[in-house]
Design a protein around this ligand. Structure first.
Ligand SMILES: [Zn+2]
Length: 308
């Protein structure tokens, strides 16, 4: 299957109640790990590229590497997706480089401004078959003991989501339901607002996206710290919570932190245990293999294994 829009991948996930991982890349090793895991699991994938990644490696470089990998693994449906596009310029740069899907993140603006920018992106992308994601609410951890008003100020408003989806025409929506980016998501027990999620699903019917959804797997974080790292008690979204999120309507699960921690945990191990090693391939190769297993485990949890 050629590179497709994320809509093609996510509509099937929405219909059949599973989620597809959107995995971030900055370099070749992560990309190879994602494709190898997808091949082993027979899973569709979304390759997520941020503006930071475009700046680091070059959008052309990342897109051509992804297309080359896609030629090598023709059975796997793959979308090339702009993660957190901040402006029309970023979206245009992604289109020019050959992305098949974009996120416009104007969620930090007021509702009207968010809607206006999102509409512009939709009218730019849809005529050329590129899918569009937008975000509502703010991605930050929410404490259990905050007031309803405080909670409403941060998390997605389901009625607003219904209107937003109807008037913007987006293909999938990231509703803020209590996750946050990075490795330090929760102070106490992780708690997502599933009632809100269910309402958003009921009102919109489209594929929904969970950002800040890394799980910080124990084996990786243990290894990271065993070999001199310090994650300061990082906590992610546990697998059973992820499974519930998928059951209640999440179809795209963004994952960056887990891959970073796992890759660097294995790099740390190599450097620590083989201090005279001067061949980067002997350091990065095992780290890449280690990330393959982390991704495969995640694909099983999300239910995307065996779908292609
Ligand atoms: Zn995100």
């Amino acid at each position: 299957m050629p590179v497709v829009s994320a809509k093609e991948i996510l509509d099937d996930a929405n219909k059949n109640i599973y989620a597809v991982g959107a995995f971030n890349i900055n370099n070749m090793e992560f990309l190879q790990a994602i494709f190898r895991a997808a091949d082993a699991e027979k899973s569709p994938i979304i390759i997520a590229i941020s503006e930071g990644a475009m700046k680091y490696a070059g959008a052309d470089m990342l897109v051509s590497m992804t297309r080359t990998m896609s030629n090598n693994f023709p059975r796997i449906p793959v979308a090339i997706h702009l993660d957190h596009g901040s402006s029309l310029n970023a979206v245009m740069a992604a289109i020019k480089a050959g992305f098949t899907s974009v996120m416009i993140d104007a969620s930090h603006f007021q509702y009207e401004e968010n809607l206006k920018m999102t509409k512009q992106v939709v009218s730019l992308c849809h005529p050329i078959g590129i899918s569009v994601e937008a975000e509502l609410g703010r991605l930050q951890g929410v404490e259990d003991n905050i007031s309803v008003a405080e909670r409403d100020a941060v998390l997605v408003n389901p009625e607003e989501a219904r209107d937003f989806v109807a008037s913007s025409g987006i293909d999938f929506l990231a509703p803020a339901i209590g996750t946050s980016h990075g490795a330090f998501k929760f102070k106490g027990e992780p708690k997502l607002d599933f009632d809100r999620l269910k309402k958003v699903k009921k009102y919109t019917g489209i594929p929904l996206v969970l950002h800040g959804a890394s799980s910080v797997p124990e084996a990786s974080s243990k290894k990271f710290e065993e070999f001199g790292g310090n994650l300061k008690g990082a906590k992610g979204v546990p697998f059973d919570v992820l499974k519930d999120a998928v059951k209640f309507g999440i179809n795209k699960v963004n994952t960056d932190t887990d891959l970073r921690i796992s890759f660097l945990a294995r790099v740390r191990e190599s450097i620590y245990t083989d201090a005279s090693q001067i061949d980067p391939r002997k350091i990065f190769g095992p780290a890449r293999d280690y990330v393959v297993d982390v991704i495969r485990e995640r694909m099983k949890v999300l239910g995307s294994s065996g779908r292609c």
